[in-house]
Design a protein around this ligand. Structure first.
Ligand code: ADP
Ligand code: ZN
Length: 526
């Protein structure tokens, strides 16, 4: 290595210790910082909480000149500036929340070279007056936070981000560092192409959170399942995520009635109420927060011991973000996802309402990735990490239901599978699982009678399994690709593999969990 680069690194290490008070870099931080200091445009992909900020803050301190930090949210910018100023690093923002005095002061400090880090929203950075101001001073580095917003393949595309290449091209001498916690391979390619970053300058930290135990349970009696789960964590802090505000309110009320220490959080509550509920949670005045996805941004509570997904998240992205709020302190935490096909139906319905075809396809793809995680019989970490572009799980996982379960013995379910498949066939491959189960179990539901499906040979031949077990079996049939669900209407259709099972050429082995989660002992609260 050249003497200059090693002395730069020593300098960076000194800053890490003297300014930030940390002993060593975390996994990829060092490589990223070295790369930026070498003036290579760099892409840093790191999970939330991984330590992205240091990757531009330290170079900003090393470089002569200004580092411009592009960030999408005013509230986050102000947080960052406050934290930097507390560390005695000169940082500022230019945005509409400033008084005109503050704005003018910041302009003067900038022109005098007194600010090391300037935080700007993308649309501000592209304003002609701001651009010419920046061109009149020395910009050493452009850091683009939440860089996935640049890609239409991401989950948070922002058109203003698309134009950032214009900003970058105005400052050919400045090095660009793009940072994000989201990185499907496609989004990564987009970022690299638009910001002129080479593959060698891409750094991906592992997204695995080894201290999180991941479990997915069929959603059968959601409330009882949730109580059993949280009773194992009495007096600990936990978050329960629901899809809707009314879901949050209902669940909060029930838990309160049953004596739990719980508060709600969603966008329908006024700011004051939200802030105070969050505060009480952070201060341990309340054990449980029941929340929509509105909860969690920017809260830093290290000892959240569990996260429950009462409803299915729309995509792996949100699932990962939300479980990621547990176990920040590195101690073990428990994550439970209650998974029911009703939720899938609701999300599909939502997707159907979308007007934009591109968004629709994307949302469907994201939902399918989520389903793959919920339905897998392999390690839960596989689909999770694959989503973030990691192809294998580094260590043997002992922290997910599938890897731990030896009680989930597979049994020969060929006959029930044949019954189910045959019933799908005879009803014309148009119906969802619940309907097929009705026919198999001899239901007198009006729809069944109207369709005259009570006359079929597969009517009322399925009393060996209960309703929930049949539904579970249907999931396995889908997962093992004997059935596929019609994207548009949700009807089940047979595949070639199904024919083999129907003809008895291939047996069907699967595991059927006991429908009711009574295995765990529960200490009941009343
Ligand atoms: P991100 O932006 O990736 O979500 P942050 O930059 O906010 O993460 O960092 C998360 C936390 O980790 C912060 O509290 C930060 O001070 C801490 N941190 C970052 N790097 C280190 C390090 N090398 N050693 C110890 N703590 C670190
Ligand atoms: Zn596992």
């Amino acid at each position: 290595t050249l003497p200059t680069s090693s002395s730069k690194l020593e300098n960076a290490q000194a800053i890490l210790k003297d300014v930030f008070g940390f002993d060593s870099f975390r996994s990829t931080q060092q490589g990223i910082i070295e790369s930026v200091l070498e003036h290579n445009n760099t892409l840093a992909i790191m999970p939330t909480g991984g330590g992205k900020s240091l990757c531009y803050q330290i170079p900003a301190i090393v470089f002569d000149g200004l580092t411009v930090v592009i960030s999408p949210l005013i509230s986050l910018m102000q947080d960052q500036v406050r934290q930097l100023v507390e560390l005695d690093i000169s940082a500022g923002v230019l945005n509409s929340s400033l008084s005109s005095d503050e704005y003018q002061n910041n302009l003067v400090s900038l022109k005098n070279g007194e600010i090391k880090l300037l935080f700007l929203a993308p649309e501000t950075a592209l304003q002609p007056n701001i651009l010419s101001l920046l061109q009149s001073i020395h910009v050493a580095c452009i850091a683009i936070d939440e860089a996935h917003c640049i890609s239409e393949w991401g989950h948070e595309f922002r058109p203003e981000y698309r134009q950032l290449d214009q900003l970058v091209s105005r400052f050919p001498d400045a090095v660009t560092v793009a940072l994000t916690a989201t990185a499907t391979p496609r989004v990564r390619e987009d970022i690299k192409r638009q910001l002129n970053i080479s593959n060698e300058s891409e750094f991906i930290a592992s997204f695995d959170r080894p201290n999180l135990y991941l479990e997915v349970a069929p959603k059968e009696s959601a409330y009882a399942q949730t109580k059993t789960f949280i009773d194992k964590h009495a007096k600990q802090s936990g978050i329960i995520y629901c899809q809707s505000r009314s879901g949050v309110d209902d669940l909060t009320t029930k838990l309160k009635q049953d004596g739990y220490s719980v508060l709600p959080y969603h966008a329908g509550l006024n700011n004051q109420k939200r802030a105070s509920n969050q505060e009480k949670f952070v201060r341990d005045d309340v054990d449980i927060i029941v929340a929509t996805i509105a909860f969690g941004m920017g809260i830093n509570k290290p000892d959240v011991r569990y996260v429950v997904h009462y409803d299915l998240p729309k995509n792996i992205e949100s699932y990962y973000q939300q479980i990621g709020r547990a176990g920040r302190d590195g101690d073990d935490a428990d994550c439970l996802l209650l998974f029911g096909y009703g939720d899938t139906g609701k999300i599909r319905f939502f997707i159907d309402q979308m007007n934009n075809e591109h968004e629709k396809r994307l949302a469907t793809m994201h939902l399918n990735q989520m389903l793959a995680l919920a339905e897998t019989e392999e390690c839960r970490r596989l689909p999770l990490l694959q989503y973030f572009g990691e192809s294998e799980v580094s260590e043997t996982c002992v922290k997910c239901d599938n890897c731990l379960s030896d009680d989930k013995q597979k049994s020969d379910l060929t006959v029930p599978a044949q019954k189910f498949l045959s019933c799908v066939h005879r009803t014309g491959q148009r119906f969802g699982a619940a309907y097929i189960v009705d026919v198999l179990r001899g239901s007198n539901a009006e729809k069944v009678l109207q369709n005259q499906h009570n006359l079929l040979s597969t009517y009322d031949i399925g009393n060996e399994l209960d309703k929930k077990q049949w539904i579970a079996l249907s999931r396995q049939l889908i997962q093992k690709k004997l059935l596929r669900q019609d994207e548009q209407f949700g009807g089940l259709k047979l595949t070639q593999l199904a024919t083999d099972v129907l003809k008895g050429k291939v047996p069907f082995y699967a595991m059927l969990q006991q429908a009711v989660p009574e295995k765990r002992s529960s200490t009941s609260k009343s």
